[in-house]
Design a binder for this molecule. Structure first.
Ligand SMILES: [Zn+2]
Length: 328
């Protein structure tokens, strides 16, 4: 049996592109796109993706481990499962992306970019997901989940957190319970649409979707897998439909909502958040977050927290998010 990650990094398909084990059928749909179906009927269609940013290796290794155990029959599969390694060329190069950030391109936004490897791949992943959810529904697996696994570029006051896409329906209780059990420290609720993979799966397929940020990006082999224990156990429970692990965390899960998208629209845009600020660093009311001709971004709430600050984004893109803590 091939190793999914090694095979994907080789750039070649496996000798056979379909096969079966005692308990499941598998189909290699394309490079880094593997579908696993249990022999018995099931209710859920689960997509787990990693490597949308190629240098975020820990979740790629984690996901590959899970796939290997399923293919070897060491773990029971009780859901239809689509496993995606998002951006193989950037994984080979150990870079976030080759030409452009793929996690801004979903929902057809790739058509607005200069055509390249990432625009083609984003389109291919969209189609693979559409095919998977459609065929799963036809087979009776009508509950849809999508977890997109990442690691953050910078340090963070919350090491593990989830980003939930804007949606008009409530976020699924089962997913929220799963995220808590996975030991995440915080959840961030978006309030505007975006080009992320999970916004796409939520909006187009009504999947319960969450982007998971699991610590900091390190090269292949250098990851401390200890800090991923909670998420590993939760993913194992998800695919095998076993009871969820008990939450292991020092504090209860915090919830934040996005208050401001800091968009860079002018050449003279200046971000006043220090370059080394950790994610979730607090700033007081009145603090000038950023300035450009015609616009000043200020902290409006008593306290706001910064997420993903990046002064060097291209015009029209997001230089950061500001958050407010939700209190119950
Ligand atoms: Zn990422």
């Amino acid at each position: 049996m091939f190793d999914f990650l090694t095979q994907t990094l080789s750039g070649e398909p496996p000798a056979a592109t379909t096969g079966q084990t005692a308990t499941l059928d598998w189909i290699w749909r394309a490079e880094g796109i593997l579908e696993l179906s249990p022999h018995q009927p099931c209710n859920s269609a689960v997509v787990i993706s990693a490597g949308i940013h190629g240098n975020e290796t820990a979740p790629i290794e984690l996901l590959n481990q899970l796939v290997s155990e399923l293919l070897r029959g060491e773990r029971a599969l009780k859901v239809r499962l689509l496993v995606l390694l998002g951006n193989p060329p950037s994984m080979q190069a150990n870079k976030r992306f080759v030409d452009a950030d793929m996690n801004r391109m979903f929902g057809g936004r790739h058509a607005r970019y200069v055509p390249g490897g990432e625009t083609r791949r984003a389109h291919q992943l969209e189609q693979a997901m559409a095919l998977f959810y459609r065929t799963s529904s036809a087979a009776g697996a009508i509950r849809r989940f999508h977890y997109d696994l990442h690691t953050a570029i910078r340090g963070s006051l919350h090491v593990r957190f989830g980003l939930l896409p804007l949606q008009t329906r409530p976020h699924g209780a089962e997913m929220l319970h799963w995220l808590d059990a996975a030991g995440l420290d915080a959840l961030v609720f978006h309030r505007s649409p975006g080009g992320t993979f999970t916004h796409f799966s939520s909006e187009v397929f009504c999947a319960d979707s969450c982007t998971l940020e699991l610590g900091k990006a390190l090269p292949f082999g250098s990851n401390d897998h200890q800090q991923f224990t909670g998420i590993r156990l939760a993913l194992e429970a998800l695919v095998s439909e076993k009871p969820l692990p008990e939450r292991q965390a020092d504090a209860p899960l915090k919830r934040y909502r996005v208050t401001q998208d800091i968009l860079r629209s002018q050449e003279d845009f200046q971000l006043h958040i220090p370059g080394d600020a950790l994610n979730f660093s607090p700033f007081p009311k009145g603090f000038v977050i950023a300035e450009e001709t015609g616009k000043v971004f200020r902290v409006e709430a008593p306290e706001e927290y910064v997420l993903f600050p990046n002064a060097s984004v291209a015009l029209g893109l997001r230089a950061g998010l500001m958050l407010e803590l939700e209190r119950f």
